[in-house]
Design a protein around this ligand. Structure first.
Ligand SMILES: Nc1ncnc2c1ncn2[C@@H]1O[C@H](COP(=O)(O)OP(=O)(O)O)[C@@H](O)[C@H]1O
Ligand SMILES: [Mg+2]
Length: 269
């Protein structure tokens, strides 16, 4: 049994996390926390180390130094599926939908990660997995409804408009029953209407008690949905605070200007 965690309690603690790629220091010993029930955002210019931090937290790379704690477990160096089993699930910056599989089968692939049956057994509908399959199918329908993709269930993932492919990725992540969901630039490439509906869906995910760690360049979204913002620049944390504090922080504005982004990227100017 997992111990209950109260809202506001630290669920993820990144401690002195360092990642090197050969001579390149991608993360220079960063520390930050994520608290139960919040939306925390990790922002920073391109190349700051945001995706690298996600990769280390979710087991896609082994850090050079430091510790990562999730609830009561040390998770650095565990494999991605072991970390997902603990409830830490991520989406990818680049779209990861199975283009030739139907939207529904994309979800079954996500669901099978938790179930006892193997994916091929489910897809072949072997007798001994039929009961489980019925349960998974019901759950897939429920999740598709939740993200608003029910009408697309039979279409190939690759046939969906870009914004809906990104929604499908979130649906697949939800199928793994996360308690901490990491989203890597989920609205990049979305139009303003798609972004607005994505923000509404984030609110619904949060209302389910799922804690969210967000990497995102769309500052209106970050400032609109986040309880707390952590700012990375060149592998180091340069600021941490509420959206209001971050928008008023001169060092943050300098970091973005130094990378050629325009001022609106951070402040409301
Ligand atoms: N697998 C890798 N091998 C070598 N260098 C990498 C690798 N992944 C990321 N980097 C480098 O690490 C730095 C941080 O990259 P990344 O975490 O992707 O930044 P962000 O997501 O903030 O844009 C960049 O300089 C990038 O080129
Ligand atoms: Mg990135």
């Amino acid at each position: 049994m997992t111990r209950e965690i109260a809202a506001g309690e630290t669920v993820l603690a990144v401690e002195n996390l360092g990642v090197r790629f050969g001579g390149l220091v991608a993360l220079a010993g960063i520390s930050f926390e994520v608290r139960a029930g919040e939306v925390a955002s990790l922002i920073g210019p391109n190349g700051a180390g945001k995706t690298t931090a996600f990769n280390a937290i979710t087991g896609f790379l082994t850090p050079s130094e430091g510790a990562i704690r999730y609830r009561d477990s040390r998770i650095e160096g565990l494999r991605p599926n072991e970390i997902a089993d603990l409830g830490v699930v991520r989406t990818f910056q680049k779209t990861s939908v199975f283009a030739a599989s139907s939207v529904f089968d994309n979800l079954l692939i996500g669901l099978h990660r938790r179930g006892g049956a193997r994916l091929w057994e489910i897809l072949l509908a072997l007798p001994r997995v039929r009961a489980e399959e019925a349960r998974l199918r019901a759950e897939a329908e429920e999740i598709l409804d939740f993200v608003g993709l029910s009408a697309r269930a039979g279409e190939p993932g690759g046939a969906l408009p870009y914004g809906e492919q990104r929604l499908l990725e979130v649906a697949v992540a939800l199928a793994a029953r996360p308690s901490l969901l990491l989203l890597d630039e989920p609205v990049s490439g979305m139009n303003p209407v798609e972004t607005a509906s994505f923000m509404a869906m984030l609110g619904k995910i949060r209302a389910r008690g799922i804690t969210i760690l967000l990497v995102e360049h769309d500052m209106r979204m970050v400032m609109g949905v986040s309880d707390r913002v952590v700012v990375l620049n060149q592998g180091a944390i340069i600021a941490e605070g509420t959206p209001e504090e971050i928008q008023a922080n001169p060092e943050v504005i300098r970091a973005y200007l130094g990378h050629g982004a325009d001022r609106r990227a951070v402040g409301r100017a």
